[in-house]
Design a protein around this ligand. Structure first.
Ligand SMILES: Cc1ncc(C[n+]2csc(CCOP(=O)(O)OP(=O)(O)O)c2C)c(N)n1
Ligand code: SF4
Ligand SMILES: [Mg+2]
Length: 255
């Protein structure tokens, strides 16, 4: 694993923030001339206040829905590697139209969604990435519908590279980021990034929760290259999904 980091200490993410850990792992292996495009999200804040920045890469902030269009324009104008770094709200919901359009055009950009399963920056409201039964400010009785299968949707776009990754499997995550940059055309990577604040979970449990999501089979680690799908990690120790959900105060308790 590449242990260099482009994430500076002292950033304002909550303790144990999975989204910050995801960036720490991913940014270490992106090409050094990468431009990062960040739509409205917790990451707009984690970056810090201009002229300071917690990330040692050039970043452009965009309105919520527009990251894919900004990335398309920047790639065309500057001919440099471009990575969108977007939350699940921007990806699954609000920016989905432009994401779909950029994928359909097979723009040569890397789109990363750090999935913390809700609109965390504004208080944790449910997104379509929120799992069924999770209590959020907008689903106080528990969410009634299933998490949207964004990987199936991106597969339908027939883009050259799609992968899922987890902060508990950093080598796998870094390999997939490098692969995405090496492939010409649109790449999409979904990183499972627990949020202790929104999940009502101890900050020390972030990586454990991520690992349990994979080992329980709830979050599968896969890679889809030109339509060919393979599992990049097969769970080695059985974890009951209930144990994973039990860590999270947002999920219903067993009677
Ligand atoms: C059009 C628009 N609607 C709402 C907002 C307010 N807003 C800013 S960040 C955010 C939540 C983003 O959620 P997500 O994309 O999942 O990223 P996270 O905050 O979880 O990191 C919202 C609702 C906004 N900036 N623009
Ligand atoms: S609310 Fe969640 S995603 Fe946002 S900074 Fe805090 S821990 Fe990270
Ligand atoms: Mg989110």
């Amino acid at each position: 694993m590449d242990l260099r980091t482009r994430l500076e200490p002292g950033h304002p993410a909550c303790a144990g923030c999975g989204a910050a850990i995801a960036m720490k792992i991913a940014s270490a292996v992106v090409p050094s001339n990468t431009r990062v495009v960040i739509p409205a999200s917790c990451w707009s804040i984690i970056l810090g206040k201009y002229p300071f920045s917690s990330l040692k890469l050039p970043v452009i902030h965009t309105p919520f829905a527009l990251a894919s269009a900004f990335a398309t324009g920047m790639r065309a104008a500057k001919s440099v590697p471009v990575m969108v770094w977007a939350g699940d709200g921007a990806t699954y919901d609000i920016g989905f139209g432009l994401l779909s359009a950029a994928a359909e055009r097979n723009e040569d950009i890397v789109y990363v969604c750090y999935d913390n399963e809700a609109y965390m920056n504004t208080g944790g409201q449910k997104s379509s990435a929120t799992p069924k039964a999770a209590k959020t400010p907008t689903t106080p009785q528990g969410k009634e519908t299933e998490k949207k299968d964004i990987i199936a949707i991106m597969k339908a776009h027939k883009i050259p590279y799609i992968a899922t990754a987890s902060i508990a499997f950093p080598e796998d995550l870094q390999r997939k980021i490098k692969k995405a940059f090496s492939i010409k055309g649109f790449s999409f990577i979904l990183i499972h990034s627990p949020c202790p604040t929104g999940w009502k979970m101890e900050p020390s449990l972030t990586v454990k929760a991520s690992r349990m999501a994979v080992e329980s089979g709830i979050f599968k680690l896969v890679e889809i290259k030109h339509g060919q799908e393979r599992e990049t990690y097969k769970p080695t120790c059985y974890v009951n999904p209930r144990e994973y959900y039990k860590l999270q105060g947002r999920m219903p308790r067993d009677e």
